[in-house]
Write a protein that binds this ligand. Structure first.
Ligand code: FES
Length: 68
Protein backbone atom coordinates (compact mmCIF):
# COMPACT_ATOMS: atom_id res chain seq x y z
CA UNK A 1 0.00 0.00 0.00
CA UNK A 2 1.28 3.43 -0.87
CA UNK A 3 1.87 5.73 2.07
CA UNK A 4 3.11 8.61 -0.07
CA UNK A 5 1.33 8.68 -3.39
CA UNK A 6 3.18 11.75 -4.65
CA UNK A 7 6.53 9.96 -4.38
CA UNK A 8 5.33 6.35 -4.78
CA UNK A 9 6.67 5.27 -1.37
CA UNK A 10 4.91 2.20 -0.01
CA UNK A 11 4.54 1.07 3.60
CA UNK A 12 7.21 -1.59 3.23
CA UNK A 13 9.75 0.98 2.05
CA UNK A 14 8.83 3.34 4.89
CA UNK A 15 9.30 0.56 7.45
CA UNK A 16 12.65 -0.44 5.92
CA UNK A 17 13.88 3.16 5.94
CA UNK A 18 12.78 3.68 9.55
CA UNK A 19 14.35 0.41 10.71
CA UNK A 20 17.60 1.09 8.89
CA UNK A 21 18.02 4.66 10.08
CA UNK A 22 17.34 5.08 13.81
CA UNK A 23 18.22 8.78 13.57
CA UNK A 24 15.15 9.47 11.43
CA UNK A 25 12.50 11.01 13.62
CA UNK A 26 10.32 12.84 11.11
CA UNK A 27 8.47 12.20 7.87
CA UNK A 28 10.77 14.64 6.11
CA UNK A 29 13.67 12.38 7.10
CA UNK A 30 11.92 9.43 5.52
CA UNK A 31 11.44 11.41 2.32
CA UNK A 32 15.09 12.45 2.32
CA UNK A 33 16.21 8.86 2.83
CA UNK A 34 14.00 7.85 -0.10
CA UNK A 35 15.67 10.52 -2.23
CA UNK A 36 12.67 12.81 -2.54
CA UNK A 37 10.82 15.67 -0.85
CA UNK A 38 7.30 15.92 0.55
CA UNK A 39 4.91 17.49 -1.91
CA UNK A 40 1.22 17.60 -0.93
CA UNK A 41 1.90 16.60 2.70
CA UNK A 42 -1.01 14.17 3.01
CA UNK A 43 1.31 11.34 4.00
CA UNK A 44 2.99 13.21 6.85
CA UNK A 45 0.60 12.09 9.60
CA UNK A 46 0.70 8.44 8.51
CA UNK A 47 4.49 8.47 8.35
CA UNK A 48 4.73 10.19 11.74
CA UNK A 49 2.50 7.45 13.20
CA UNK A 50 4.70 4.75 11.62
CA UNK A 51 7.84 6.37 13.05
CA UNK A 52 6.30 6.69 16.51
CA UNK A 53 5.16 3.07 16.40
CA UNK A 54 8.61 1.85 15.36
CA UNK A 55 10.44 3.97 17.94
CA UNK A 56 8.09 2.77 20.69
CA UNK A 57 9.01 -0.76 19.66
CA UNK A 58 12.70 0.18 19.74
CA UNK A 59 12.32 1.45 23.32
CA UNK A 60 10.51 -1.70 24.38
CA UNK A 61 13.16 -3.89 22.77
CA UNK A 62 15.92 -1.88 24.45
CA UNK A 63 14.21 -2.12 27.84
CA UNK A 64 13.79 -5.88 27.47
CA UNK A 65 17.43 -6.32 26.44
CA UNK A 66 18.58 -4.19 29.39
CA UNK A 67 16.55 -6.37 31.75
CA UNK A 68 18.34 -9.53 30.55
S1 FES B 1 1.32 11.86 -0.43
FE1 FES B 1 3.31 12.23 0.33
S2 FES B 1 3.77 14.21 -0.32
FE2 FES B 1 1.84 13.80 -1.21
Amino acid sequence: MFVCICNAINDRSVREIIAGAPHITSPVGVHRAAGCKPQCGRCMESMADMIAEARAGDCLTGALQAAD
